[in-house]
Ligand binder design. Sequence first.
Ligand SMILES: Nc1ncnc2c1ncn2[C@@H]1O[C@H](COP(=O)(O)OP(=O)(O)O)[C@@H](O)[C@H]1O
Ligand SMILES: [Mg+2]
Length: 261
Amino acid sequence: MSLLQIEGLGIDFGGLRAVNDVGFALKPGEIVSVIGPNGAGKTTLFNMISGVYAPARGRVALDGEDVTRMPPHLLARRGLSRTFQNLQIFQSMSVLENAVAGHHLHERGSVFADLLSLPAARRRSQASEDSARALLDRVGLGRAAEQEASSLSYGALKRLEIARALALKPRVLLLDEPAAGCNAVETEEIDHLIAKVAAEGVSILLVEHDMKMVMRISNHIVVLDHGEKIAEGEPTAISRNPRVIEAYLGAHATEAQNADG
Ligand SMILES: Nc1ncnc2c1ncn2[C@@H]1O[C@H](COP(=O)(O)OP(=O)(O)O)[C@@H](O)[C@H]1O
Ligand SMILES: [Mg+2]
């Protein structure tokens, strides 16, 4: 059975069919990438799967159970968590505090208990700190734990964001452009981190513009154009698909030229 099954998903913004009739499956331990030109509907698709937007059409199933329109915090409790395309890090907090904040997002009652500083809350705080430190080690930020988040490089911030999403102990992790704005070295670090997280048993749904990374780490690729799925398959087949080359790689080449010039 698929861990995550998407069927006929769609949403409109005014007259715009931002996403229409998109379906695919994510199996345990797999990395599935969603690619497509800017405006293709990738982030909107993620927003529907993660409960940020309510789809107008279609269905999202997790472990065979219908979770369509379930709010993000309930999905997180069921094992689906995500990062956002724009960094959501508390810059003036320490790296460790940011990781602990991720942990607290899925702990009921922890905020009140911590305010009252009950002994149990203190024990739990120690437990959150320990697991936050373990998470930071996992993403290669263990030695930066006490630094202010604002002192981190961009690539390190992106890894901190992944650590925060991992604090929810997801079985499915949605990553929206985890390497956006990163240099080649940082991109490679994130590439390795994602492969490692997947090898540890977390299924990953990825939106990423870096084609080298997508082709290297994906088991399966879904291609969107103008909100519609135009192809899906293995990386090699996708890279040779004429429709994909026309829709995506053509637009991508133009973007690359713009970025250069
Ligand atoms: N909240 C929104 N309201 C209106 N239009 C939106 C909204 N979010 C996205 N769109 C539009 O939907 C389309 C898909 O956007 P998006 O999912 O962000 O694309 P991608 O992530 O593939 O670049 C775009 O035309 C975008 O302008
Ligand atoms: Mg996007």
